[in-house]
Design a binder for this molecule. Structure first.
Ligand code: PLZ
Length: 452
């Protein structure tokens, strides 16, 4: 039994896939199990997986597996296929570009699509100042380069990251990431001159934005020294750390302090970017204009691409040849990005994210009124997290979040967890999901909560 056979009988992906939850076997079915057995033999165990299926097609709001099961997708491959999997525009753009040329290396022979993506990002990111953009392959690589640029611009070395922060799995980004397991344990030593402060976590710190910012700033001044600090890097809504939305005023106060002290403020919008939160970039909700913004994930409809966009005078700090990489801004990925960005705009997907968010928050808050295990429902647009707690103590309940996700997956709904304490269920549906399918997915998740 081979997966190749299965793909012959499986429809192409994209929005024309039947938008339904359909279980024809238990999860995993036999064909998926075959692949998981091969995976176990061929791929190191360090590379885990959340959903035990062999995916063969996806689109709209579903992922279809090799056994013919159709799962409702509430994760979008971790906020990547925000525009919808196998979006027809993206498929057409990729096919056209790959037939034209696959690669020249932008550092060797530049091409238009890279420049066009840079122009788009310069235009769409918040900030009315002159901007420039450099392209890379992954979120981690974008973050690495944002730090390089900030150090070169300031001539300083220290970087401040935050509790609950996530920035990637490379050496520098592991250092920036807060959580030891599974991201860092045993993988050190980590890059030096990385410091960590508490950010704002209203549900757990009880502080106003101004109070939390005062704590952050005091930490910087006392433990790092403004003169040593090149950059502050923060996710406007912390993603892997638990979908933590900072209190009002926190981010603007930190940005103001950075500006007054010539520190580069970097917003890591790898997870929050591209219509996900109901705005093109989450920074807009908080009224901030970051000096640099890192992007990836939703940028190119599933093709690997990432960017650093920011103030032209900071972006230009590096000597010629100091930034780059063999594949960064690959033409196929850039073609996909241009098609994806066009789709966000033509289909008003930021507005769609707001509508999806209303459904998510409405259903979860309604459940919270009668279920004290729901500590908080939070987020913006179609980036919503539900934090589960022990009702008696408020202590994080990771076992409950894990049990809900596991049961939902077994019943055909892809749902992800996150959080430093592992006790948050996060919703990141593709914005191409329809209301009926979204509601059915939430029925299953709430059923799993009731059963847990
Ligand atoms: N910055 C804010 O969310 C990636 C990680 C999945 P890459 N988040 C998903 C995992 O377990 O590896 C992320 C992010 C923020 C940076 C990154 C890193 O992006 O494209 O995975 O390198």
């Amino acid at each position: 039994m081979s997966l190749i056979d299965a793909t012959h009988t499986t429809p192409l992906g994209g929005p024309s896939l039947p938008q339904e939850r359909r279980l024809v076997t238990s999860i995993p079915g036999p064909r998926s199990q075959d692949l998981l057995d091969r995976k176990a033999a061929a791929v190191p165990s360090g590379v885990g997986h959340t959903v035990p299926v062999a995916a063969v097609a996806a689109g709209g709001g579903v992922v279809v597996d090799a056994d013919g099961n159709s799962l409702i997708d509430l994760g979008a491959g971790i906020a990547v296929t925000t525009v919808g999997n196998a979006h027809p525009k993206v498929v057409a753009a990729v096919q056209a570009q790959i037939a034209q040329f696959a690669h020249t290396c932008f550092m060797i022979a530049p091409y238009e699509s890279y420049v066009a993506v840079a122009e788009k990002l310069n235009e769409l990111t918040p900030g009315s100042f002159a901007k420039k953009t450099a392209l890379f392959n992954s979120g981690a690589e974008a973050v690495e380069n944002a730090i390089k640029i900030a150090r070169k611009h300031t001539g300083r070395q220290a970087v401040l990251a935050f509790d609950h922060g996530y920035h990637g799995r490379t050496n520098l980004t592991m250092a920036l990431t807060a959580k030891a397991m599974p991201y860092k344990s045993g993988f050190g030593p980590f890059a030096p001159e990385v410091y960590r402060a508490a950010a704002s976590y209203p549900f757990r710190d009880g502080l106003t934005g101004a109070e939390a910012a005062a704590k952050t700033i005091s930490m910087i001044e006392k433990q790092i020294g403004a003169d040593n600090l090149a950059a502050v890097i923060i996710e406007p809504i912390q993603g892997e750390g638990g979908f933590i939305v900072p209190a009002d005023g926190y981010l603007p106060a930190v940005v103001d302090w950075c500006r007054a002290n010539s520190v580069v403020f970097i917003a890591d919008e790898v997870q929050t970017g591209f219509a996900r939160t109901g705005a093109m970039f989450a920074s807009e909700h908080f009224g901030i204009e970051p000096d640099l913004i890192t992007t990836a994930k939703g940028i190119a409809g599933g093709m690997p691409l990432a960017g650093v966009t920011g103030r032209a005078e900071i972006m230009d700090a590096s000597h010629t040849g100091g930034l780059g990489g063999t594949y960064g801004g690959n033409p196929v990925a850039c073609a996909a990005a241009l098609a994806t960005i066009e789709a966000y705009q033509e289909e008003n997907l930021a507005d769609r994210a707001v509508q999806i968010g209303r459904i998510l928050v409405g259903r979860m808050q309604e459940a919270a009124t009668s279920d004290p295990r729901i500590g908080e429902v939070r987020g913006l647009g179609a980036m919503i997290g539900v934090e589960f707690v022990d009702p008696a103590t408020g202590a994080p309940d990771a076992a409950l979040a894990g049990a809900i996700a596991k049961r939902a997956i077994a019943e055909g709904v892809i749902v992800l967890t996150c959080g430093t304490y592992g006790n948050v269920i996060r919703f990141l549906p593709p914005l191409s999901i329809d209301d009926a399918l979204l509601n059915e997915g939430l029925d299953v998740v709430l059923g799993a909560l009731a059963a847990a």
